[in-house]
Every structure is written in C-alpha cells, then in structure tokens.
Design a protein around this ligand. Structure first.
Ligand SMILES: [Zn+2]
Length: 497
C-alpha cells in the first residue's frame, strides 16, 4: 500500500533455483559433491558429447515432486524435456535441458506469517515449478592480470528445481521472510540442503512500482535482479531498487512496455544494483523438445509415495506444537524455525516433563542461546534432552528455583562429555541442595514477617506483590528455599493472622 513515506506499492516476484539433495547428476551418474577439484566429476553425458545418451535420475524427480506437492501445486500427469539453446563458455554442449511448456508442477502457493505481526499474513502464488540441469562455472583469473578464464564443469548437469512465484510480495522485508519460509520447507522435506554458501539456493527477483494517479495506476518497467546468494542481499537489493525506480520514475515517467525489461546485478559491497545486458526473451533461446529423453508420466502412486515421504511441513508442525504442548504461536515459530532436530529435542523434553511451556523456556533461553554462542548442532549439544528434562522437572516440582537450575545447567556444560540425568543428581547433591520441609519454611517465613511489618501491612492492604520483597531475605537464610513457595506461604500466613 502506498504510504506517506513511500507513495507507491513495491511489487515483487521471485525466481528461486534450488539444488536437489541427490548424490548424482540429473541425467548421468556423476557425483554432485561440493568442492571437488575442477573437472573431476564429468562424463560424456554431462558434457553432451556426440553419441552419449542422458538417463533421468529418478531420485531427482521424486524430490522435485515432493517440493511441488508441499507448495500445493497441481502435478502434471505428463511432462517432457526441452533443450534451451544458448551459447556460453560454461555450457559446452550449447543447450541446457529444462522444461519449457509442460513443467511438472503449476498453480501452487506458500503462505508466510509473521508471529510478531510486522506484516499481515501473505499467501504467495507459485506460477510453476520445473526441473532443469545446472551449467558449469566460469572462473576469471583477474588477480593474476592474465585475463585467463577457466571453466569448471563439475556443476554441469546438477539437478535444480526452479520455483517461480507470482508477483504477490509487497516489500523487501516480506520477500526475505517468504524466502526464509521456502528454504525451511525445502530443508524439512529433505529436498535440498539449501546451503547458500555452496550455491545450493540462488535467487532472482523481479521488481517494479505501482504508482497511483488520477486515472488509475502507473506501473514502472520491471527490473530483474539476478543471482543473489543471501537473503540479506535480496532484501537490501530490493530496497535499493525500489528507491532507484522511484527516482527514475519522477525524472522520466517511463512506464512498463515503453522500455525493454532490464536486468541488473547486485553489488553487495557498494550497496547498489547495476545494469547488465538486456535479457533474452524466451524466443531467443530457441527451445525445442529433447529428442534423447522420453517424456515422464506421473502416476497417482508416484504422487502418493511422494506425499508419504514428506513428513509434517513447518506450517502444520507449528500448529501441532501449539495444540500438543499449549505453547504460543510465537514459541512454536521459534522452535520450528530451528529445524526438525530441535523440534524432536523439544518434544522429548516436553514429553518427559509433562509440560510444554517450561520446556520451551529452557530450550529458548538456555539451550538455543548457548548453542548460538558456541556454534554446533543440537545433536552435539552436551546437555541431551533426557538430562535437561530431569533438570526442568526438578525446577517444575519446586526442588529448587530457576536460578539454581541455571547453575546446574552451567556445570553440565563443562563436563567435557554428554551429560546424563545421573549428572543432574550429582550436581544437586554437590551444591548441597535439599528440599526444605513445609514446617521449616513456615518457621522461616514467620521470622521474616516479624522483622518486616511494612510488608505485612502492604499485603494486608491488598498489595500482594509486596510479598516478593521477602524472597531475597529468605534465600539469604536458606538458599534452598523455593521463591514461589516463600511468596505463597507469606501471603497465606498474613491472611490467616
Ligand atoms: Zn556426468
């Protein structure tokens, strides 16, 4: 929506290339491992040498099918392969095998919801999802000053899905949030590792402005920003580009259709987009059906198998955690966004404690914070779910308070080996923590009330929160007392007196 700050609407559509989590390439048996020496993972098929014949990697198709289903697409019962012809040094065979007019999935959607309410829930349409092979990689040896270009073809033939969204996004922030949700979904499905440092997920963004005026809406020419490899770059590039288009619009007033579609690149260091060559129209690619590959038919059984392999996607899992454990949408969002392993860890703790909220608090405030500081994965975390559940259970039963629990937790982190519930028991004994009997507690609180007539008067006058003033004094007399019980006992004694 136009606002005083931005008198236009930013309209954004995204094209996302995702590398599928297969061991081998799309049409041959070459490995797809990252970081191998250049040109060690190539064969006649992925180079397109005369006489070589491609064979579809069934695993790649299954993973792509899973992605299409999770994005709520219509799955085509019949799809074929096309050659997209263009000449580029990293594509020695002169064409890329892709899907042109019959992609395997169309007409889907993916919703993004911000539990903090920074933007309204937005359901973004998916125009199409198709499979294609990646090209190789050019490495320009500019540092040596020789102007040499070297080509590494290890990546040629690597399976990608391309996901094309409708232009339904309305701000750079929404675009980033939606990409984050898409990545999470694909990782949950086991479709891709979405490792952006290794180029497993790349983003192109189409953006223009809708400017309201007397006779309707003026639209600025669409600009495509190519090949961004971080979500932060996408957000920054879109913000820059919207401001740049607004300035240009005010100067030139040129509308969509009056100028060719422009392609720009994002210079992250300079924080600007720069014009690149004009984009080829699809007719420039001279697509035609690949004569070497048979069309693919997708049966109901294939669809059912892919559905069965999907597992609970993030959206469903958030709702399930809220319902199963009575935690807030915000808490469920934080936990689910950490990935399936963290969800499993959380559910183990919550199940053993028999309560979702304390498990969620300890996970977020202690486990995830520590993990964040130290690095590593939840599987490597020295306090496993059973040990944490034992600790949280003791706090929940009032054996000791959260502050004491944190001391024990810190001790468990320094054992130099995975902590067990037995270690929690040892730590409790070492700290001299013993349960305080009800009689001892009552006696202690009576003494404190006698010494604090002001607090007694305040509580009598209806200010129950004044009783909290006794907790610090009680802990000085006996560090094992439970703060909540001190407060409850004090109020009960004052009321009863
Ligand atoms: Zn190969």
């Amino acid at each position: 929506m136009p606002t005083a700050a931005a008198p236009y609407t930013t309209v954004i559509g995204l094209e996302v290339h995702v590398q599928l989590l297969t061991h081998t390439k799309l049409f041959c048996g070459c490995p797809t491992d990252f970081g191998a020496p250049p040109n060690t993972q190539v064969c006649p098929v992925c180079l397109g040498l005369p006489g070589s014949l491609p064979v579809l990697n069934r695993r790649a198709f299954e993973l792509a099918l899973r992605a299409g289903l999770a994005l709520e697409c219509r799955i085509a019962p019949f799809t074929k392969w096309d050659r997209k012809n263009y000449f580029y040094p990293d594509l020695p065979k002169g064409y890329q095998i892709s899907q042109f007019d019959l992609p395997f999935a169309t007409d889907g959607s993916l919703e993004v919801v911000d539990p903090r309410g920074a933007f309204p829930p937005r359901r973004v349409g998916i125009i199409r999802v198709h499979l294609e092979e990646d090209a190789g990689k050019s490495m320009h040896d500019e540092a040596a000053g020789t102007g040499d270009s070297r080509i590494d073809l290890n990546r040629a033939g690597t399976p990608l899905v391309e996901i094309v969204s409708q232009p339904d996004l309305r701000s750079p922030q929404e675009a980033r949030a939606w990409l984050t949700e898409l990545r999470l979904l694909l990782v949950y499905l086991g479709v891709s590792d979405c490792n952006m440092q290794e180029g497993s997920l790349r983003v192109d963004a189409n953006v223009n402005l809708h400017v309201p005026r007397g006779d309707g809406i003026a639209k600025t020419p669409i600009v495509e920003i190519k090949n961004m490899n971080s979500f932060r770059s996408v957000e920054r590039a879109l913000a820059y580009e919207a401001a740049r288009q607004w300035e240009e619009w005010q100067e030139t007033g040129i509308e969509i259709g009056k100028a060719p579609k422009q392609t720009r690149g994002w210079d992250d260091a300079a924080g600007v987009t720069r014009a690149q060559r004009h984009k080829e129209e699809s007719s420039d690619y001279r697509y035609f059906p690949d004569p070497d590959l048979v069309p693919v038919t997708v049966s109901d059984a294939d669809v059912a198998a892919a559905r069965g392999a999907m597992g609970e996607p993030p959206t469903a899992l958030r709702r399930a955690l809220e319902a199963r454990w009575g935690i807030s949408a915000y808490d469920a969002d934080v936990i689910v966004n950490q990935g399936r392993d963290v969800v499993a860890y959380y559910e183990t703790v919550a199940g053993m404690v028999g309560a979702g909220k304390p498990a969620s608090n300890w996970l977020q405030q202690d486990v995830l914070r520590t993990l964040n500081d130290r690095g590593g994965t939840i599987a490597e975390f020295p306090v496993g779910p059973e040990a944490l559940a034992d600790l949280v259970g003791r706090v929940a039963r009032g054996e000791f308070d959260t502050a004491r629990g944190r001391e024990i937790f810190a001790g468990l982190l320094t054992l130099g080996r995975p902590a067990t519930p037995a270690d929690v028991g040892t730590a409790v004994a070492a700290l001299g923590i013993t349960a305080v009997s009800d009689d001892d507690l009552v006696e202690l609180v009576r003494d404190l009330l006698a010494a604090n007539p002001k607090i007694v008067a305040d509580v009598k006058g209806g200010k129950e929160q004044a009783a909290a003033g006794l907790i610090g004094q009680a802990r000085k007399k006996n560090p094992n007392v439970n703060p909540a019980k001190v407060r409850e006992t004090a109020i009960a004694l004052i009321r009863g007196s």
